[in-house]
Design a binder for this molecule. Structure first.
Ligand code: SF4
Ligand code: SF4
Ligand code: SF4
Length: 279
C-alpha cells in the first residue's frame, strides 16, 4: 500500500481514535455519549441504541475489485491485521483475516441458482464475521472471551482468550483466525519471500495490537461506532456497503433491504447472520 493511500484513509477518518485501547470494546467501559458527534455528520444514526441491532448489507452487483480492495485495506490498516504470505506471495494458511475475498459458490455453498445474474454468480464476494443473532462461537467459549453485546455485536476480549480455538471449530463461516505467530513481531520481522527483506507493515498506534495464541476477528468496528463513525470497510466502499440499526426501518441498511432482494450465508443453520448480500 502506498503512503498516499494510507494518508487518504486516515484523512477519511479511518484510524482516528487516539489512545482508546481495548476499553472501548467492552460494553459499558466508556461513556460513548461524550464522543458521539465528534466525528460523525449524523450521530443519531450511529449511536448505540439499547435494543438496537447492528447489521450490514453488501451490494454484490456493485462490488468490484476496487471496492473489495478498498474495504479490506481499510480494515487491515485500522485494526493492524497482520498479513502472512507463502513463498509464492499468496496468503499463507496462518494469515489473519477479518474481511476477505471469496468465490460466490464458496461463500454461498447452499445457494444453487444457475439463473442468478452472471454479474453476481461469477463475481467475488467479501466475507467477514456475520455477527450472528444466534452465534455458536459464543456458546462454546469457556471463558466468555467472545460474547454478544446488547447491540448485537459478537465481540472479543483478547485478555480472556486462552487460545483453545473452540470458537473456530464452532463457527460455520471460518470467520475467526488464530495467531500462530506473534503479530507484533510480524509487523517488523516477516520477510518478503521474494526479496528476503523484512516486509515492514505500518502500525496504527491508535488501535491495540494482539499477542500470539489468541483468536481474533471482525468486531463490526465497535470502536468507530462508539464515536459515531461508520465501519472502516463501509466508509471505504460508499454505495456498495451499507450499515445501520436493523431495528430502525429508516437506517441505511434497512432502506436497502426494503427495496432489494438479499441472501445470507448458510441460512439453514439457524445462526441468523446479520450480514446481508444484495443481489
Ligand atoms: S460468523 Fe462465526 S464468529 Fe461470527 S458470530 Fe457467527 S459463528 Fe460467531
Ligand atoms: S479461543 Fe478464545 S475466544 Fe475462542 S473459545 Fe477459546 S477462549 Fe473463547
Ligand atoms: S466492520 Fe470493521 S472490523 Fe468488520 S470487516 Fe469491516 S472494517 Fe473490519
Amino acid at each position: 500500500m502506498s503512503w498516499d493511500r494510507r494518508k487518504f484513509l486516515k484523512a477519511a477518518g479511518v484510524g482516528a481514535l487516539a489512545g482508546m485501547g481495548w476499553q472501548l470494546l467492552r460494553p459499558g467501559a466508556l461513556d460513548a455519549a461524550e464522543l458521539i458527534g465528534k466525528y460523525s455528520p449524523n450521530p443519531s444514526q450511529l449511536a448505540v441504541k439499547p435494543g438496537g441491532n447492528w447489521g450490514m448489507a453488501i451490494d454484490l452487483t456493485k462490488l468490484d475489485d476496487a471496492a473489495r480492495q478498498a474495504a479490506a485495506e481499510a480494515c487491515n490498516i485500522e485494526h493492524n491485521v497482520p498479513h502472512y504470505v507463502d513463498a509464492e506471495g499468496k496468503a499463507s494458511k496462518q494469515d489473519i483475516k477479518w474481511i476477505w475475498e471469496a468465490e460466490f459458490d464458496q461463500a454461498f455453498v447452499e445457494t444453487e441458482n444457475p439463473y442468478a445474474p452472471s454479474a453476481v454468480l461469477h463475481n467475488k464476494v467479501l466475507v467477514l464475521c456475520n455477527h450472528c443473532q444466534n452465534p455458536p462461537c459464543v456458546r462454546v467459549c469457556p471463558t466468555q472471551a467472545t460474547f454478544k453485546r446488547e447491540d448485537g455485536i459478537v465481540m472479543m476480549d483478547m485478555h480472556r482468550c486462552i487460545g483453545c480455538r473452540f470458537c473456530m471449530a464452532a463457527c460455520p463461516y471460518g470467520s475467526r483466525s488464530f495467531n500462530f505467530k506473534d503479530p507484533r513481531a510480524a509487523y517488523f520481522n516477516e520477510k518478503d519471500p521474494k526479496t528476503g527483506q523484512p516486509r515492514l507493515q505500518e502500525v496504527t498506534s491508535e488501535y491495540p495490537t494482539r499477542t500470539k495464541g489468541v483468536v481474533e476477528k471482525c468486531t463490526f468496528c465497535a470502536e468507530r461506532l462508539a464515536v459515531g463513525l461508520q465501519p472502516a470497510c463501509v466508509a471505504a466502499a460508499p454505495g456498495v456497503m451499507f450499515f445501520g440499526d436493523m431495528s430502525d426501518a429508516g437506517s441505511p441498511v434497512r432502506a436497502q433491504l426494503n427495496k432489494r432482494f438479499s441472501i445470507r450465508r448458510k441460512p439453514n443453520l439457524g445462526t441468523e447472520p446479520q450480514v446481508f448480500y444484495l443481489i
